[in-house]
Design a protein around this ligand. Structure first.
Ligand SMILES: NC(=O)c1ccc[n+]([C@@H]2O[C@H](COP(=O)([O-])OP(=O)(O)OC[C@H]3O[C@@H](n4cnc5c(N)ncnc54)[C@H](OP(=O)(O)O)[C@@H]3O)[C@@H](O)[C@H]2O)c1
Length: 305
């Protein structure tokens, strides 16, 4: 598996990480087997959040990884905090500190490699976030920090108070969900795609050396788009032709489309299926041509003005 550095850190991670949002769907035995399979593919980066199945995903992962007796330093664990499901967002000092303590307990580890702020909190005081980060870093509970679903100005505001580098920004991104691309390509046009939904975050992250992680890399507005011919006939036709050329599956090509972007985006894949994660893991070996990349983009319904 090809690797990459996250942000300006020395953290070397695989280009494909496993999103553990659905890992509690597997039983203990299945979890161990699945994690072993991922590690054999070179996927030793695991994305969590305190809210995934109310903490059950972190617990199930911890049991699974423990059974494999993998040295802690051989894997990278990221988790997120800040969402109180169906109620509000909370990035207060007290919440961040208590959330990380819960994360460490459930993951059965002394530290997490990366703590990510799951979503912006309108009531957040950046001074409080800075205090929480300082304390978590000083106590060795968190090594690196990141954000998710943040716009450039929100990161700038945070950075005015937080001294640690922000090394990742996790954003929704796939061939289907690609407003980060279309708002740039359709700049200066009166078109739907020209609407800037994220403040030019993709360019911003490149300028600031923040790695973008793609969440929901195989989903669009109507769920997973691969083999959904009734909803996405053109896209699936194009994926089918291109995957036949490379001798891989549509899943590999959909992942290769993300990796082809020069921003060096890390994919956070959420499949719990051994065959599909193996197909995703092949993507770093494939470099789509410019023609293929733009063809897939347009077949997904986006326009070039
Ligand atoms: N930061 C945020 O706000 C945020 C939000 C959502 C998710 N995330 C993170 O991102 C990770 C990935 O998100 P996700 O699970 O929504 O994304 P995903 O990888 O795009 O979707 C995976 C889901 O699509 C299904 N699927 C169907 N056909 C597929 C195919 N051909 N290839 C791959 N998957 C296919 C999978 O089912 P099978 O399991 O049966 O393969 C699984 O249910 C999560 O686990 C979580 O860690 C972050």
């Amino acid at each position: 598996m090809k690797t990459m550095k996250l942000g300006n850190s020395n953290l070397e991670v695989p280009m494909i990480g496993l999103g553990c949002m659905r890992i509690s769907e597997l039983d203990e035995q299945e979890t161990s087997e699945y994690l072993m399979h991922c590690l054999e593919l070179g996927i030793n980066f695991f994305d969590h959040a305190d809210i995934y199945d109310e903490g059950e995903c972190e617990k199930r992962f911890a049991e699974g990884i423990k059974s494999l007796k993998i040295p802690r330093e051989d894997i990278t664990i990221q988790s997120k905090c800040g969402i109180i499901p169906h109620r509000y967002y909370d990035l207060s000092y007290d919440y961040i500190i208590s959330s990380v303590d819960g994360i460490l307990k459930r993951l059965d580890t002394d530290y997490i490699d990366i703590l990510v702020l799951h979503r912006p909190d309108a009531l957040a005081e950046p001074e409080e976030i800075a205090k929480a980060f300082d304390e978590l870093e000083a106590k060795g509970k968190v090594k690196y920090f990141g954000v998710s679903n943040h716009k450039p100005t929100q990161i700038d505001l945070l950075k005015q108070y937080v001294k640690q580098d922000i090394i990742v920004n996790q954003m929704q991104f796939s061939i289907q969900s690609s407003s980060m691309i279309s708002s740039g390509l359709e700049a200066n046009m009166i078109t739907e795609g020209s609407i800037d939904r994220n403040g030019g975050v993709l360019d911003y992250c490149r300028i600031k050396d923040i790695s973008v992680q793609a969440w929901s890399p195989f989903q669009g507005p109507h769920g997973a788009f691969i083999d959904k011919n009734e909803l996405y006939p053109d896209l699936n036709w194009a994926l089918g032709e291109i995957c036949a050329k490379y001798g891989v599956s549509k899943t590999t090509i959909a992942a290769a489309w993300i990796l082809r972007h020069p921003a060096k985006i890390q994919i956070i894949a959420g499949t719990m299926n051994e065959y599909r994660i193996s197909e995703v893991a092949k993507a770093p070996e494939i470099t789509l041509t410019r023609d293929e990349w733009y063809r897939l983009y347009q077949c997904a319904g986006h326009i070039l003005p």
